[in-house]
Design a protein around this ligand. Structure first.
Ligand code: GDP
Length: 327
């Protein structure tokens, strides 16, 4: 019988890539969708027509139990969260409810409906925050720097706790920043690649950003979902760092993105305090050697290729929008 997966966060960047991967592997794939008339649903339905949607909300315990009873999954991938650090400062309680306690609700649903379901939790490099060592691995201590990071630490530990307490095959991928043309426009990478494309086409004069003194380990999201799947196929549940092992500054990202469209970023980027955070995570770099050695997972897309892929996709998108609606 084919495996069945339930994905929360199906309308997000990772949800669509993971759904495509699992459908290709022959899984029946269900996506948990929240709210009435979710505006992002048609996009995912078009990208992955084989996915069946099921209503439910990480805030609502009974809806999670009902969803598991209906789709009877063998695997649950929890990608649903309030994932934008800036928003987590403005809605700290909601972030804790969704990104933190939501995980407990899903684990409780699994324990109630079928404790043999394998569970993947999308943990985050934001848990390392004010980093204790470089690079960060599975043993590095946490020091989160935002309500988002704090909620993810809680979620990480509750996943380990249900594994240890109830023997559930539950594990976390500590995912470093991962990007793609499907990344939300609120995140800095996509904001830059979309901005560079629009400036090139004369659709906007400049790009307003916050803290430029930041470095991230940016990988390609399409490859990170493969690591998630591999984690659930192991003999024993274990947590893994998923990262490229390289770090790049925001200025370097700007340089590669703007030069792709023949522009100099310093002529167009302006500073706007609205995009500053109370405190920030300065620099992240992951050590994914456990994933390489035990999962056989190796990231292939280089930093330059990632930025170029995103700029090219945004140029194509903006050109299409211009031809459809005019300026
Ligand atoms: P994060 O690592 O999950 O917070 O991912 P983001 O893409 O939201 O932010 C990455 C880094 O870029 C952070 O250090 C931000 O402070 C910095 N940054 C600078 N300007 C901006 C901006 O205009 N928007 C966002 N989202 N981040 C910015």
């Amino acid at each position: 019988m084919a495996d069945t997966a339930l994905i929360t966060g199906i309308t997000g960047q990772d949800g669509s890539y993971l759904a495509e991967l699992l459908v290709g592997l022959g899984y029946n794939v269900y996506g948990l969708v929240r709210g009435q008339n979710n505006p992002r649903l048609p996009v995912v339905a078009q990208l992955c027509p084989a996915v069946e949607f099921i209503e439910g909300d990480l805030l609502d315990q009974s809806s999670l139990i009902a969803a598991l009873e209906i789709c009877q999954p063998t695997e649950v991938y929890n990608l649903g969260a309030i994932s934008f650090v800036s928003l987590s400062y403005k809605q700290a309680v909601l972030t804790g409810e969704v990104s933190g306690l939501g995980v407990t609700r899903m684990l409780e649903a699994i324990r109630t409906v079928n404790p043999r379901i394998r569970f993947f939790q999308a943990s985050s490099s934001e848990m390392f925050g004010k980093v204790r060592e470089r690079p960060q691995n599975e043993l590095t201590g946490f020091h989160p720097r935002s309500p988002y990071g704090v909620a993810k630490v809680y979620a990480h530990y509750i996943t380990a706790n249900y594994r240890e307490s109830y023997g559930i095959f539950a594990c976390s991928g500590i995912l470093f920043n991962h990007e793609s043309p499907r990344r939300g426009l609120e995140f800095v990478t996509r904001k830059i690649t979309s901005g560079a494309a629009r400036i090139k086409l004369g659709l906007q004069p400049n790009l307003a950003l916050g803290n430029l003194e930041t470095e991230r380990d940016w990988g390609f999201a399409g490859e990170y979902v493969d690591a998630m799947h591999r984690m659930l196929q192991q003999a024993e549940p274990r947590d893994f760092v998923v990262a490229t092992g390289e770090t790049h500054g925001l200025r370097e990202f700007l340089q590669v993105a703007f030069s792709r469209v023949g522009l100099n970023w310093e002529d167009h980027v302006i500073s706007d305090p609205r995009f500053l955070r109370p405190i920030d995570v300065d620099s992240l770099i992951g050590d994914a050697s456990r994933a390489r050695d035990e999962l056989g997972w190796i990231p292939k897309t280089s930093f330059e290729d990632l930025v170029t892929m995103m700029v090219d996709a945004d140029l194509t998108l903006q050109e299409r929008l211009v031809s459809q609606v005019g300026r």
